[in-house]
Ligand binder design. Sequence first.
Ligand SMILES: [Zn+2]
Length: 210
Amino acid sequence: MSEEEFDYDSLLNTAYEAVPETVKSGERFEIPHVDVMNEGKMTIIRNFTEICEKIRRDPNDVIKYLLREFGTAGGIEGRRAILKSRISESSIQARFNTYVETYVICSECGRPDTELVREGRILMLKCDACGAKRPVTVRKGPKPADKPKGPLVVGNIYEVSIEATGKRGDGIARMGAFTIYVKGNYRKGTRLRVKIEKINGTNAFASAVP
Ligand SMILES: [Zn+2]
């Protein structure tokens, strides 16, 4: 067994030990529900500051994200958020879920006790519960539809870009809500095709393919 393989396995084990407990026991953090009301062409999120408090994020950051995602104007009024388009509650919930998965949930332990820290030009999500740190993939441009959607599938091949390097050189990539650990030694910025070998929660383990 090469050193890389050993390191990959220990990484795998660490992730396994950290994640399944919360998944199995059903203690996974539940994303707060949005309380949405449509009024004419307006959409009002009635419990906006409350749900932001629950995920410990600045309401100004969250509203900015939602407005960008929906390509609409709006803002915060008191404890409510107003969007100047008619958007269904389920659409708002879906985008809010994506926000939480991207900017709040620790992909190692599944807890929401995290904070955003900037390291140079990279926004990192730092977990207060388990100490894990991962880069946040911030979408550039207003077209989220270009991003692959839906869950990863074991056995499928995806093209990824290495965004960070694990302690032992493993490549760390992200796709949607998933963190993909790529067995081997990869530098940041490397683009490669990987085959998904295992998925656990939002962690996926992959190896490079030609
Ligand atoms: Zn954690």
